[in-house]
Ligand binder design. Sequence first.
Ligand SMILES: Cc1cc2nc3c(=O)[nH]c(=O)nc-3n(C[C@H](O)[C@H](O)[C@H](O)COP(=O)(O)OP(=O)(O)OC[C@H]3O[C@@H](n4cnc5c(N)ncnc54)[C@H](O)[C@@H]3O)c2cc1C
Length: 324
Amino acid sequence: MSDDIHVFIEHLRGEVAEITLISLAAARVIAEQTGGEVVGVLLGHDVQGLAAGLAADRILSIDDPAAGDYSPDLYIATLAGLIDSQTPRAVLFGDTSMGAEIAGCLSGRLGLPLVGRCHTVRAADDQIRVVSQICGGKIFVESALPESTVVVSMVPGGHRPDDGRSETAAPIETIPAPAFGEPRVALKRYVEPEIGEIDITKEDVLVAIGRGIQLEENVELAEELAQALGGALCASRPIIDQGWLPSSQMVGKSGKRVEPKVYLALGVSGAPEHVEGMASSATVIAVNTDPAAPIFDVAHYGTEADLLDLLPELIDKVKAAGAG
Ligand SMILES: Cc1cc2nc3c(=O)[nH]c(=O)nc-3n(C[C@H](O)[C@H](O)[C@H](O)COP(=O)(O)OP(=O)(O)OC[C@H]3O[C@@H](n4cnc5c(N)ncnc54)[C@H](O)[C@@H]3O)c2cc1C
């Protein structure tokens, strides 16, 4: 087994996913312990420009029209071939729809251990320790990285995306696409997220509501606060599933990725699928009655107040400050 750490460079429509930067940062922690290199694996067509700025020691890349759109068969075959030939110490993916699909298939096909929902990697006493988030982010489980090639799927929150960036361009080695028959799954078309009246990705201030808002009539209160702050309302998935807000206002893995200056999370637990969409907000303020809610792990400020008590007071104070 080599000491190198492979990182799958996830990209969509010309943009590298932020979870890839987080994975590169985590890979560096492992590589410092093993003495190996961080190797980015970039698959696609005409995408080698995306490697600029990534904190890898080198990049292995397929540049082939067949890899132009995400193809699970091709991607899995390529990564399985690389694991066979290069036997990296670990292969890191984002715990995204794409990353989780590939990581799970590779683990099953090659019989490799899979560390899922990995939040943090750290070196301790000659060991590499991995901390995973389970039960919707409420429980952290720590273990030693198994002593074989390991597949790891990363969630955001533990490592900083900036640590996955670099000013120096890593050398790129182009590798051939593996031969295989007709792909069983092929991309037919992209479905653009519906554009609502409000584009929450462009707002500086977002008031996010979760299941803690409890009743549909309380949504109005949160809307009033958002307006008083000059921002917009967004929500976690249960609010969208109830039909209380349109899906264009959902934040997270299946919703939008937002980076406002202020993200005020009201009654949002902070499940990894939600955090994935808002972890890059400049300032996160959490209001949640449960002190163990994982939203407090990503919040800069927080209170265990009941949001229904807090909202009317906050609205009055913000309006008074605005009037003043
Ligand atoms: C494949 C997949 C994709 C997903 N994609 C997304 C996604 O894109 N976005 C997303 O948000 N979720 C997504 N989810 C769902 C996600 O796992 C969580 O279930 C969801 O984020 C939880 O929403 P919540 O925090 O509003 O609700 P809950 O987890 O129920 O949390 C409600 C919180 O409100 C607090 N609370 C209750 N009452 C009050 C009160 N009066 N005052 C203050 N706090 C209070 C509680 O303590 C609790 O922490 C996805 C799940 C899967 C499996």
